[in-house]
Design a binder for this molecule. Structure first.
Ligand code: CA
Ligand code: CA
Ligand code: CA
Length: 412
């Protein structure tokens, strides 16, 4: 019965708006939304027929009594300077000048809050999950990503030929960013930006692996619970199977048995429901109702509850994504359509799937455990469910297949 191939739940749903876009983080220089003019600082642009900008700038500085900062000769001709208000009109009417622009503050890489983080109210929390270890059992994590690196405390590989938990696919880095991207001035921010990440590579560069490699990851996590304070594990992966609701002891399921033992030792597992638009009871680990929190995907376009956002490729705003699995084993939903997060090689990307929903819940679990130390995995599940947004309280379900609530990260 063992299906040797583990596929990630996700990659089929790559991107809605024009494919994956990967940007070099250090190449992003973005003006802040509210750019403030600097008093008395201006950029003077000469007419195109000015031949020697340096000479003209020097002459204008002498005539108008200006203090010049930079002279421009190539992209534009002109200069920047401090120009007292009383002299501004004379500078503007100088025969060499085409126009004068205000100088403004520019900040590199303003941080964007992804819609999913807004949708579950994970912004402005005083509880940021400080010190809670979250294992990302996936393709690895970009270990040097500027928006992740400071939170990564350990890594391990269960993939043959790979010595570290470095991500050679992108999927695991995306998951990691939703959980715990840094709350700094760049990139994105996670649900629990002070939680600590443990990169456990069990899937190869194509995003596939085996039951044995996944169990290897679970085994390593369980052996290192104390060392890294691992309280949560995210598994945005799955394959065919079913649950005996007896930790695999009745149907010889080693994966199930491993997760049960790890959960009993103190790790809360958040797992993806799967993307087959079918009952999650035929996908594992989603089906393991006795030991995991299973997460479905919500379509949200505007980061707000209430269904007022524009329609998505996988359903109207604040309804469940058309691809999401469903059924009695599903515990809770989270945003999973067009989620923007970190990617390998220092990048960022926007992708969809229950893989993207799951880390919202893993991050929320870290917050819950931070404020409720010693909780068992089922207490975490119940706590998240009771704090969540109920059906018709901000989202609807036209399919009739999704009674589960939507995770909320405030008040945890
Ligand atoms: Ca950030
Ligand atoms: Ca919405
Ligand atoms: Ca369940």
């Amino acid at each position: 019965m063992l299906n040797p191939k583990f596929k990630y739940v996700l990659l089929a749903f790559i991107i809605v708006l024009g494919g994956i876009f990967v940007l070099k983080a250090n190449s992003i220089v973005r003006a802040q939304g509210k750019s403030e003019s600097i008093p008395d600082k201006y950029i003077v642009v000469f007419k195109d027929n000015v031949v020697n900008p340096q000479d003209v700038a020097d002459e204008m500085a002498r005539v108008h009594g200006l203090s010049i900062d930079h002279v421009f000769t190539t992209a534009i001709k002109g200069f920047s300077a401090t120009i007292p208000q009383a002299r501004l009109d004379k500078v503007k009417s100088d025969s060499s000048v085409q126009f004068v622009s205000d100088d403004k503050v520019v900040e590199a890489s303003a941080q964007t809050t992804p819609t999913g983080i807004n949708r579950i109210n994970a912004t402005s929390n005083t509880n940021e999950g400080n010190g809670i270890g979250v294992a990302v059992i996936d393709t690895g994590i970009d270990l040097t990503h500027p928006d992740l690196q400071a939170n990564i405390i350990a890594n391990y590989s269960c993939v043959r030929g790979k010595k570290t938990g470095k991500d050679d696919n992108g999927h695991g880095s995306h998951v990691a960013g939703t959980i715990a991207a840094l709350n700094n001035t760049t990139g994105v921010v996670g649900v629990a930006p002070q939680a600590k990440l443990i990169a456990v590579k069990v899937l190869n560069s194509n995003g596939s692996g085996t039951w044995s490699s996944v169990i290897c990851g679970i085994d390593w996590v369980t052996a290192n619970i104390v060392k890294y304070n691992i309280k949560v594990a995210n598994m945005s992966l799955g394959g065919g199977g079913s649950s005996d609701n007896n930790c695999g002891n009745s149907n010889n399921d080693a994966l199930h048995k491993a997760i049960c033992k790890s959960a009993q030792a103190g790790v809360t597992y958040a797992v993806a429901a799967g993307n087959d638009n079918s009952d999650a009871n035929s996908s594992v680990p989603a089906a393991y109702d006795d030991t995991v929190i299973t997460v479905s995907a919500l379509a949200d376009s505007d980061g707000q509850s209430g269904g007022l956002g524009s329609p998505t490729s996988y359903g109207v705003d604040d309804t469940f994504a058309g691809f999401s699995n469903y059924g009695s084993v599903v515990d809770i939903g989270a945003p999973g359509v067009s989620i923007y997060s970190t990617w390998k090689s220092g990048g960022y990307s926007t992708i969809s799937g229950t893989s993207m929903a799951t880390p919202h819940v893993a991050g929320a679990a870290a917050l819950y455990i931070k404020s409720h130390p010693g909780s068992t995995w089922s207490q975490v599940r119940d706590g998240l469910v009771s704090a969540a947004e109920g059906l018709n309280a901000g989202h609807t379900d036209i399919s009739g297949l999704h009674p589960e609530p939507i995770v909320q990260a405030n008040n945890l």
